[in-house]
Design a protein around this ligand. Sequence first.
Ligand SMILES: Cc1cc2nc3c(=O)[nH]c(=O)nc-3n(C[C@H](O)[C@H](O)[C@H](O)COP(=O)(O)O)c2cc1C
Length: 158
Amino acid sequence: MTRAIVLYHSLFGNTRAVAEFLAKGLERAGIEVDCLSIDDVDINQISNYDFLAIGGPTHILRMSKPMQEFLEKLESIDLRGLRGFAFDTRNESRMNKKSLLGLENSAARRIEGKMKRMKVRIIRPRRSAIVEGREGPLDEDVQSVFAKIGNEIGKAIV
Ligand SMILES: Cc1cc2nc3c(=O)[nH]c(=O)nc-3n(C[C@H](O)[C@H](O)[C@H](O)COP(=O)(O)O)c2cc1C
């Protein structure tokens, strides 16, 4: 059976909810999924999965500090060729729209960049879920959008 792991960091629960929507979509495609906080995962187990998704909140235009520290630890593990996807939560703010290079400022962009440097094969472009303010709630469409993404990824990796 194809196995996926969805890892998240979340201060207020919004990114955890997005991770769970994604996991549900994967499960509906027949994938066996573990959905875990970065605090609870044994990084030595990650290479046993067929697919890895990582998501976190956008903090000061970048990924959160705990996510940055987690990804630094992850660099010690050989993840070459593992299929992956990055996501985040953030506000719908003008500040996020464009960096100097014309790219959006989001945790997902940084996470995806790190995953690529670890030679994880990104199989779907990063995606942001929009929250209101710091604590949420999430935009109404987030549940259906991420369940659909999970389902589509699931169908592609079986
Ligand atoms: C310290 C801090 C800095 C933040 N900086 C940004 C930011 O630069 N851009 C943005 O869109 N949202 C920013 N936010 C809002 C977060 O993205 C939002 O709190 C998060 O997506 C909620 O997810 P969570 O419930 O999983 O923690 C910030 C929030 C905090 C607490």
